[in-house]
Design a protein around this ligand. Sequence first.
Ligand code: ADP
Ligand code: MG
Length: 258
Amino acid sequence: MSETRKSEAAALGIEKLGHSYGARRALDDVTFSVPSGRFSVLLGLNGAGKSTLFALVTRLYDARQGAIKVFGNSLRDHPGEALRGLGVVFQSRTVDLDLSVMQNLLYHAALHGITSADGRKRAQELLDWFDLGARRNEKVRSLSGGQMRRVEIARALLHRPRLLLLDEATVGLDIKSRADIIAHVRRLVAEEGLGVLWATHLFEEVAKDDSVVVLHHGKVLAEGPVRDILREQGVKDIKPAFEKLIGAARPNPAEVAA
Ligand code: ADP
Ligand code: MG
């Protein structure tokens, strides 16, 4: 990556973010940034805090501790600008099964204040991109799980966000649908310069050229280009790197006993 791209404002900046559910600390002093125009993975086991982070970034919950910025816009001080830069696909499916593919998209375009003619044109472009153009008038109910996910991703891009967040986008899908979705999203990064934060617990979804944020029990254990993390950990794959990182984060039994 060139120096100029490196110096651009981060697509997403998270600083000292914390969140608790009652006594349960779900995120603790979380700091990292997502570069624009790159595929970044938020990697963590179930319960790591990935969905909680998404809920804070999308303002489902108020961030009481720490700060969140989208392309330099503070979510607290300029929520409108910050959220406009952001497209989101949540972990649970949120398409209306009884509406057509196109209706699902048009409804969303209207919510974003996009006129119906513009919305229809943009929706068609996106559906074509996701190989769903021919299915536009079918009810979402008739689609496969992978196709529904692609509808949701297309919908998240209607307002032309420069950063796309996806929470476990491939969960519950067969291998072919998973590969297909991740390939479509990677193409958006390569060809359209979109920044992506891809939350997953699946090591096989991390590629050598990605950036990664390793989240474990609500804490960031490592952040940066995958290659750098592999070099630092002295291993060839992300899984052993992850295992070494969580091993090192565990309290030392000798110290606990002392
Ligand atoms: P992930 O998405 O990485 O699986 P979550 O953000 O869903 O992780 O969960 C992080 C932690 O917060 C877990 O220990 C989970 O049990 C807890 N948690 C998540 N949502 C709630 C909630 N609504 N109420 C109480 N605890 C929650
Ligand atoms: Mg989750």
